[in-house]
Design a protein around this ligand. Sequence first.
Ligand code: ADP
Length: 406
Amino acid sequence: MTTPYILIVDDDRALLQALPEALRLRMGALDIDTCESAASALKQLATHDYDAVVTDIKMPGMDGLAMLERIHSVRPDTPTLLITGHGEHDLAVQALRGGAYDFIQKPIDRDYFVASLRRAIQMRQLRREVEEQRHALERHAATLEQVVEERTRELREANEAKDLFLSIASHELKTPLTTLKTMTQLAHRRLLKAGAPEAQYLGTMERSIQRLETLVHDLLDTARITSGKLTLRREPVDLIELCRQIVAEQHGDNEHEITLVPQGQLPETLELDVDRDRIGQVLTNLLSNAVKYSEPGTAVRMSLTIRADDVVIAVEDHGPGIAPEHLAHIFDQFYQVQETSVQAGSRIGLGLGLYISRDIVERHGGRIWAESKLGHGSTFSLALPLVRRLAPVEEGAPGTTSAVRS
Ligand code: ADP
């Protein structure tokens, strides 16, 4: 603690001389100012932050209560001890109500006086410390806020630069890649026709170009999503037929047993207003992930269920599964589970397929989610809303058509 600094105000000169000495003797180091009048005391208080003020309640020129009020208005946190004459009990009570810290009755009981003054000084110094700490905390909070704002701005700028780069890079890659693909296909066909053994190299080149094209398309779609330019071309699409087609396309992979399983009674056709290519892209992505991450020989199943308000398409595999801490993020941009290894097909991927799939499904007013048990497999499901049922489904009736518009 710093040396206490106090002000003693009394028009009794003898007391004003004796009191500081007596206090120092009992309390040790003390800085003490003294004043003989209320006016000079108020002047001192205007420029000095005392730890306590000790003042006679009866000062010539100013009533003790008025003096207390003035002290409070100038230094609201400085405790004031009032010295009262014998028989001024009522005045003392009034002073306490008016905010005085304590009152000391004449003749002064020195022990009581010293104890009270010590408490007053301690209280003031502690409050000042708390106040200083509060200020320091406020300054620290303000600095932190500034740092957070700056970092947020930097991150936003970096993110915008990344989006711009992705957009430019994917657009610039697309055209030469298309030319390369066309020329390679042409050369491949010619070499095959001529029976040249080099044809196999071009076959490998074509497959590599195909993979590059997939990557570039994913980057382009991501750039379209972030710039809000991914649009849907909705048309009536038979979802059952679309599922059959996607499953048949994936059958090219002979290493998995891929099946389409209807859940319950399905109509022959199920028409929904959707973007055929985009929903096809989502289903292909889910199926190819199921094939890509699960061991050859295991079963992959696509199921279709019509519920009251929506149709749910689920893709189930018996692959490695996804741990809960990853499951929460797999629909995020560029998210890949590093420990999950590709079991079949191409390793190529940027962790964008599910991100794009989610965006496409949500643009259709639907939702997509994943359930998984580590070591047992995963099920990815998407629900698309059946907004208006145009023709009711008759159970078991052959050739029934359900036309649904979303
Ligand atoms: P990519 O397959 O190109 O890495 P995706 O966005 O399609 O990107 O998938 C993100 C990640 O989610 C994958 O890298 C993989 O770790 C995990 N994942 C997706 N599907 C499955 C699945 N069926 N089984 C296990 N992990 C999967």
